[in-house]
Write a protein that binds this ligand. Structure first.
Ligand SMILES: *Cc1c(COP(=O)(O)O)cnc(C)c1O
Length: 458
């Protein structure tokens, strides 16, 4: 493996940063134990031992869940910010990092086509970002329902419960996208305040037809919240997506609110979600007075437009640095990385379709960079058991995949099983988020084949 550039970058940068404060009178830090490097080295050795007990999330052979290593510049910038440890709750606690947050968020808003009038900020996660979006939705349309598809992230139903908003789940189609007939019949039932459109479902990366949902908006009148926690950055390569997904991403600027997770595809350490509102006027719902926090601040600051109070200024610094390194532009290096992951996914899907042992989704190829497949066996219980066995046999060989429960009717072989439309089957799943997956996909296929043959031999 190549040497890690972060320690060297960091030591030079932190020296330069501390030089900015060199006119302060010297003081002896009173942090107990901080003057004992040998003891700290011992503790870090213990930490190393504990952390060694992990799947290798940073390696291309980790191709299971949504995990992608942060960019080295994000790690360095985050650690550098730790010397200051700013709090983006209010300008007083995070002067520079609050400004950096606003700039970084403006770049994300710009990616979706929102330039001047919008409101947005970082959050500690996609869950909190979605919570804010649904909270605003409930303020705008009190007493009205939230509707999402059955493939929407489970957090929407749970958040609605927390907010005491009625939540209704509508069917998805055979590709995991929101079923438009099911949505329209729910809209006819009335009292729908907000429709949650997921652009990139967590299970399979399905893209709800936002353009078609917008077409219903004129007739029925409702807010649209786009949950693009996973898929948002695919906006940058929309022209490389298949037509339905391309149309959905093409319509994203017409949403009322958007959530995207820089800590998923945006090369950030965990603790970085983002929520955006098209109408900056929703800021009025956040308005409050907190005399002890704000009395020295003159401008409107992030603490006034966020439900969370203390937030990691370091997260904003890391994001700002990453976007300076890799601007969010179509055709740029960052977009290229997304394209490589998607190409890897298409390659794996194509390979699976040529294997008699496996069965890909009946409805077509992956929309983003997540591939799911089942073991070809007419008996769902046997197929599930075999998927589990292959998952374990792959891990033994060093290839880390994931498992997911999917509706059996998404696969061809279930034609005889329509008696139980809600039946599910355990499938294998691979999230190919890393650019390196493109060159590793042949190896991944070979390892999967070997694991599958070993399971078949018993
Ligand atoms: C990951 C995800 C969430 C939840 O976000 P966290 O950052 O894990 O809290 C919500 N919606 C979708 C579509 C997701 O993929």
């Amino acid at each position: 493996m190549t040497t890690d550039p972060v320690p060297d970058l960091l030591s030079r940068a932190s020296e330069a940063l501390m030089a900015r404060f060199s006119t302060l009178p010297a003081f002896e830090p009173a942090t107990a134990g901080a003057d004992d490097p040998a003891r700290m080295a011992e503790v870090l050795q213990a930490v190393t031992d504990r952390l060694g007990d992990n799947f290798p999330y940073f390696h291309p052979l980790y191709a299971g869940q949504m995990l992608k290593p942060p960019h080295p510049v994000a790690r360095a910038a985050y650690a550098l910010a730790m010397t200051i440890n700013p709090n983006n709750h209010a300008l007083d606690g995070g002067r520079a990092s609050s400004a950096m947050e606003m700039e970084a968020v403006a770049e994300i808003a710009g990616m979706f086509g929102w330039k001047d009038a919008y409101l947005g900020h970082l959050t500690s996660s996609g869950t909190i970002a979605n919570l804010e979006a649904l909270w605003v939705a409930g303020q705008v349309a009190p007493g009205k329902r939230i509707v999402g598809s059955e493939q929407a992230h489970y957090t929407h139903q749970r958040i609605s419960g927390v907010l005491r908003l009625d939540y209704t789940s509508v069917e998805s189609d055979g590709r995991g996208r929101m079923n438009m007939d099911a949505l329209e019949s729910e809209l006819r039932n009335g009292n729908v305040g907000t429709v949650v459109a997921t652009l990139g479902t967590t299970a399979i990366g399905a893209v709800d037809p936002l353009d078609e949902i917008l077409a219903l908006q004129g007739k029925y009148g409702f807010r649209i919240h786009v949950d693009a926690a996973y898929g948002g950055y695919f906006k940058l390569i929309e022209e490389a997506l298949d037509v339905p997904a391309r149309r959905a991403f093409g319509a994203i600027a017409k949403a009322d609110s958007i959530v995207v997770d820089p800590h998923k595809h945006g090369l950030q350490p965990y603790g970085c979600g983002c929520v955006l509102f098209r109408d900056p006027g929703v800021g009025r719902f956040y308005k409050h007075d907190s005399p002890y926090t704000y009395f020295t601040s003159k401008e409107l600051h992030l603490g006034e437009i966020s439900l969370e109070c203390s937030r990691a200024g370091a997260a904003a610094v890391a994001l700002w640095a990453t976007q300076r390194m890799l601007p969010l532009v179509p055709g740029g290096e960052f977009a290229e990385g997304l394209r490589q992951g998607r190409e890897a996914a298409l390659e794996l899907d194509g390979w699976l379709r040529n294997q008699s042992r496996f069965e890909a989704l009946a409805g077509g190829r992956p929309e983003l960079d997540i591939v799911v497949w089942k073991v070809a066996d007419g008996d769902a219980a046997r197929a599930s058991k075999a998927a589990n066995d292959i998952f374990l046999a792959s891990a033994l060989r060093g290839l880390h995949l994931a498992l997911v429960q999917l509706p059996l009717i998404w696969f061809q072989s279930c034609e005889n099983d329509l008696a139980e439309p809600k039946a599910s089957v355990t499938c294998l799943r691979s999230v190919l988020m890393k650019p390196e997956h493109k060159v590793w996909i042949a190896t991944i296929c070979a390892m999967l084949q070997s694991a599958s043959e070993a399971v078949e031999r018993g």
